[in-house]
Design a protein around this ligand. Structure first.
Ligand code: AMP
Ligand code: MG
Length: 421
C-alpha cells in the first residue's frame, strides 16, 4: 500500500505543463498566464479627477468656509475624453467631470457639493457656464485627483506567469489594451469506461446491466478543473475492444479509464495496458478508491499519462479529485489545486476502525450560528453516488483515528465551495 502523497508525487512526475496559446479574454477564463504581463503605459495615463467639480489652485481656497466663501472665476469646462493644455490662471477654476484630466497648474478638485453649483446650475438644467463659482471649503492639495500611473506603471510587472484569468484579470488585461491573453492551453482528457455490464445512458437496460455514470461524472470534473473532456465510450472486457478504444485516445493529453483495476478483472486490463504502454497497479491508502492504476502510453506528441480509476462511482470521483485534479492543474500551469479546508464540528459519529486508510467521508458542510458544521450526506458505500450528489465536502478522517464522536472538530475539504455556506 502506498500513501496518497506518494501516489500523487509519482503521477505528477509524469505530467508536464502544456504549451502556450493566445485566446480571446473571455475564452481564457480559468486558464493560467504563460508569461508575465508588463504594463506598456501608465494607467491612468494622466492625472485626472475622481469627482465632478472644479479644478483649482488649492492656495486660492485658503480660509474658505460657508461663512467666508472664496469666489473664483470659471474659465471653462472639460469632460472626460478631452485634454486641455492651457494652464489654469490664478484665482480661477475649471469645471471638470469625473475622469477628465487635470489642467496644468491646478492641484486640487473641489467637488460640486462644496460649491454653489446647485444654485448656479440646478441638477438637470443645461444653462450657460457660470462666470464664477463660490467655494465653501478649503481644498487640500491633491484632493480628488487620481494620479497618473497609480493603477499601472509603465514597465512594471502587472500580472505574473501562472496567474489564473478571473474576471478581474480579464479586466486588467483589457485595461492594458489587450484583446487576447497568452495562456497555457487546456488539456484534452480522453475518458474510457470499461466493463461488460456497463451501457450508455439513453438506451434500455437489460438484466444485470448498469448505466455508465463514471463517464459523465469524470468528464464533468475534468471540465470543472479546466480541462476539455473527450469521451471514448465503453470498452467490453475483451483484449480487442479495450485495445482499439484505448488507441482512440492517443491524441489526448491524458487518458482516464474507469474500472478493471480491482482484483476481479485485473488480468485483461493489466495485459492490455502493459502491452500498449507502461502501467503499475497500486493500492493507495484511501477510502473510498483503494485500487488505482497509473502508467503512460506513447502518444502522437509525447508520452500520455494514464490514470486507471476504480470502477465504483464514488471511488472513481474521489480518486480523480485527489489525483486527476493536480495533474490537470499541472498541465494548465495553475498552482492551487488544493481545495480549501475548514475545521468543522461533526454532527455524526464517523467510524474508521480497523482500516489503515484515510477515510474521505461525504458530508454537507454549512455555517450555523457562526460555526462550520458537518453532517454525513448519506450512506458511505463506494457505490452510493446519491450521497456524493448531496455532499459539498469530504471529511478527512486520518488512518489512525478509529472513531470521531458527534461534537468533535474535524478537517473538511470543500469540493464545492459555492454552496459551502
Ligand atoms: P470494477 O472496478 O470493474 O471491479 O468495478 C467496480 C464496480 O463499479 C462494479 O460494481 C461495476 O459495475 C461498477 N462500475 C464499473 N464501471 C462503471 C461505470 N462506468 N459506471 C458506473 N459503475 C461502474
Ligand atoms: Mg469490472
Amino acid at each position: 500500500m502506498i500513501s496518497i502523497e506518494e501516489a500523487r508525487e509519482r503521477i505528477l512526475a509524469h505530467v508536464e505543463r502544456l504549451e502556450a496559446e493566445d485566446r480571446p479574454l473571455l475564452d481564457a477564463l480559468g486558464q493560467a498566464l504563460a508569461e508575465d504581463v508588463v504594463g506598456r503605459f501608465d494607467i491612468p495615463p494622466l492625472d485626472n479627477t475622481s469627482m465632478d467639480g472644479y479644478a483649482v489652485h488649492a492656495g486660492d481656497t485658503a480660509g474658505a468656509s460657508p461663512q467666508t466663501p472664496r469666489t473664483l472665476r470659471v474659465t471653462g469646462e472639460l469632460a472626460a475624453g478631452y485634454v486641455t493644455h492651457t494652464p489654469l490662471p490664478p484665482g480661477s477654476a475649471l469645471r471638470i467631470m469625473t475622469g477628465a484630466p487635470i489642467p496644468p497648474g491646478a492641484d486640487s478638485v473641489v467637488p460640486f457639493e462644496e460649491t454653489d453649483e446647485s444654485a448656479l446650475r440646478p441638477p438637470g438644467s443645461n444653462g450657460p457656464l457660470p462666470a464664477q463659482v463660490r467655494i465653501d471649503k478649503v481644498a487640500a492639495p491633491g484632493a480628488n485627483i487620481r494620479r497618473r500611473g497609480e493603477d499601472v506603471r509603465a514597465g512594471a510587472v502587472i500580472l505574473r506567469a501562472g496567474d489564473v484569468i478571473r474576471p478581474a484579470e480579464a479586466g486588467v488585461l483589457a485595461s492594458l489594451g489587450q484583446a487576447t491573453a497568452r495562456v497555457i492551453r487546456r488539456p484534452i482528457v480522453a475518458i474510457l469506461s470499461t466493463g461488460d455490464e456497463v451501457v450508455p445512458p439513453g438506451q434500455p437496460l437489460k438484466p444485470g446491466q448498469i448505466y455508465d455514470s463514471n463517464a459523465s461524472s469524470i468528464a464533468a470534473l475534468v471540465r470543472g478543473y479546466g480541462g476539455v473532456p473527450t469521451l471514448l465510450g465503453i470498452a467490453r472486457d475483451t483484449i480487442e475492444d479495450l485495445t482499439s478504444k484505448l488507441r482512440r485516445g492517443l491524441d489526448a493529453d491524458m487518458l482516464v479509464t474507469s474500472a478493471g483495476v480491482s482484483r476481479g478483472d485485473y488480468d485483461i486490463v493489466k495485459d492490455v495496458l502493459a502491452k500498449e504502454g507502461e502501467v503499475a497497479f497500486w493500492t493507495v491508502a484511501m477510502k473510498p478508491g483503494k485500487p488505482l492504476a497509473f502508467g503512460s502510453f506513447p502518444g502522437e506528441r509525447r508520452r500520455i499519462p494514464h490514470i486507471g480509476l476504480p470502477g465504483n462511482p464514488v471511488s472513481s470521483m474521489v480518486a480523480f479529485e485527489l489525483f486527476g485534479r493536480p495533474a490537470i492543474f499541472r498541465m494548465m500551469g495553475k498552482a492551487g489545486w488544493e481545495r480549501p479546508r475548514l475545521r468543522a464540528i461533526t454532527q455524526d459519529r464517523i467510524v474508521n476502525r480497523d482500516d489503515p486508510r484515510t477515510f474521505f467521508a461525504r458530508c454537507r458542510v454549512e455555517q450555523e450560528n457562526g460555526r462550520w458544521v458537518a453532517r454525513l450526506s448519506g450512506p458511505q458505500g463506494s457505490g452510493i453516488l446519491t450521497s456524493m450528489a448531496f455532499a459539498n465536502a469530504l471529511a478527512v478522517i486520518p488512518a489512525d483515528v478509529d472513531v470521531v464522536e458527534p461534537g468533535a472538530e474535524i478537517d473538511v475539504m470543500m469540493i464545492d465551495w459555492s454552496s459551502g455556506g
